[in-house]
Design a binder for this molecule. Structure first.
Ligand code: HEM
Length: 404
């Protein structure tokens, strides 16, 4: 259990607790931490802090002077810094003033009016996957809604937006899967995957340079910061960021939402009977099962509400915990499909707030709509067989669902 004797104790236990809150999907643990140890410290990761109230998470996310985003992304730089020097995943791993320029560049293609026209394509991708399940024997057929459904949607969508050839989908998904999923993969194999992915991206970028078209890759090749064209590394880094930021997150959100619906048929019925509820349901899925915990580094030694943070230590930003803070959200632990007021922070807070949120919402909505439209009744085939990801992006990685 979490220690309750103030800052002198070893907070490692609380971190273990928080990890298991993710892994066991036991949000009540956030409550324990909030009441007993709201800013926990661990010696892990070279020193790390875990604030769990909405107020603290918000304060840190907004304070770019004391908490830096340089190095936050889990990129290949962790494996071999020469492969991806810090700064090649702009804007997420940058601070002001550069951040503003890198972000501005990516805002335009993700505006609502640019994303809405993708709905038909997203729907077609979802239907194709459902078609590929083959014959369904009600009561017998078990599909894995993570590996056979959710995990195919975001890579295919971003690949179409970037203008990569559809026939490369499986190859492309293979790279992404290895990069994002196989955390325990042999480092050498991982390294090779990054090299192969880079080579693939180089090839696509060169092809677009030779044959410009109306897609996101050509948009980046034409883009400028000031009067400067982007370097090849910046274009490749931006594409890599869209893959890292947009894929794991979104398939996790789709998976968690289906996991919820598989256990709550009353919510499925309501969504069918009142389609206009979807707007609220989406936000509630994002709030209750927020997939992303981000991190910052402490820039200089800093006193945060009485806790002495040291330069170079990590500070986690657990948006899932902020979203369950009863001080901020009424009935925070209750999933309320028609929750009207929902100021969740699943997409982050402050200057780094997710710029792909319109696309994420579109994919999440259409993936749920299509699943619910096709299958009248479904349930978890075996609750013990659901496997959740570990770490900063949380969602089901195996999700066997029986179609009834
Ligand atoms: C940033 C969550 C989908 C692109 C963020 C941040 C969060 C987040 C919490 C803030 C990071 C920080 O504070 O350091 C999510 C969730 C998603 C999702 C929960 C799905 C449900 C997407 C998609 C894309 C995308 C589909 C684009 C393809 C980005 C980018 C940033 C970002 C580029 C960096 C923005 C900046 O640093 O200014 N996202 N994201 N995300 N997200 Fe998303």
């Amino acid at each position: 259990t979490p220690s309750s004797d103030g800052p002198v104790s070893d907070w490692q236990t609380d971190f273990d607790h928080a990890d298991s809150a993710y892994n066991r999907n036991a949000p009540e643990i956030w409550d324990e931490l909030r009441s007993q140890c709201p800013v926990a410290h661990s010696e892990r990761y070279g020193g790390a802090w875990l604030p769990v109230t909405h107020e603290h998470v918000r304060e840190i996310a907004y304070d770019t002077d004391n908490f830096t985003s340089l190095q936050v992304v889990v990129t290949k730089s962790r494996i071999d810094p020469s492969l991806a020097p810090v700064g090649t995943a702009p804007p997420i791993s940058s601070d002001p003033p550069f951040h503003k320029h890198a972000r501005k560049l990516l805002l335009a293609p993700f505006r609502p009016d640019q994303i809405a026209p993708w709905e038909d394509e997203v729907r077609a991708i979802c239907r194709q996957r459902i078609g590929d399940f083959g014959d369904i024997e009600p009561g017998e057929t078990v599909i894995d809604a993570a590996t056979q459904y959710a995990q195919h949607i975001p890579p295919a969508v971003i690949s179409r937006m970037l203008g990569f050839p559809p026939e490369d989908d499986e190859k492309f998904r293979g790279f992404i899967h290895a990069v994002l999923e196989q955390v325990n993969l042999d480092p050498e194999v991982r390294r090779e995957t990054f090299v192969d992915l880079d080579a693939y991206l180089d090839e696509q970028i060169e092809d677009h340079r030779a044959h410009p078209r109306d897609d996101l890759t050509s948009y980046l090749l034409n883009a400028q910061i000031g009067d400067q064209q982007l370097s090849h590394e910046h274009v490749r880094g931006s594409i890599a960021l869209l893959l890292i930021a947009g894929i794991d997150t979104t398939w996790s959100a789709i998976g968690s939402s289906l996991w919820h619906l598989a256990q709550n048929p009353a919510d499925v019925d309501r969504l069918r009977a009142e389609p206009e509820l979807m707007t609220f349901a989406l936000e509630e899925f994002l709030r209750a099962y927020a997939p992303v915990t981000m991190a910052r580094l402490v820039r200089d030694d800093y006193d945060f509400h009485g806790r002495s943070m040291k330069a170079g230590e990590w500070v986690l930003l657990p948006f899932p915990a902020a979203n369950r803070d009863p001080e901020f959200i009424d009935n925070a632990d209750k999933f309320t499909i028609d929750r009207k007021e929902n100021r969740h922070s699943a997409f982050g807070l402050g200057i780094h707030r997710c710029l792909g949120s319109n696309l994420a919402r579109l994919e999440l909505r259409v993936a749920i709509e299509e699943f619910v439209a096709r299958f009248d009744s479904f349930e978890l085939a075996d609750p013990d067989a659901v496997r959740w990801s570990l770490g900063q992006i949380r969602g089901p990685r195996e999700l066997p669902i029986r179609i009834n």
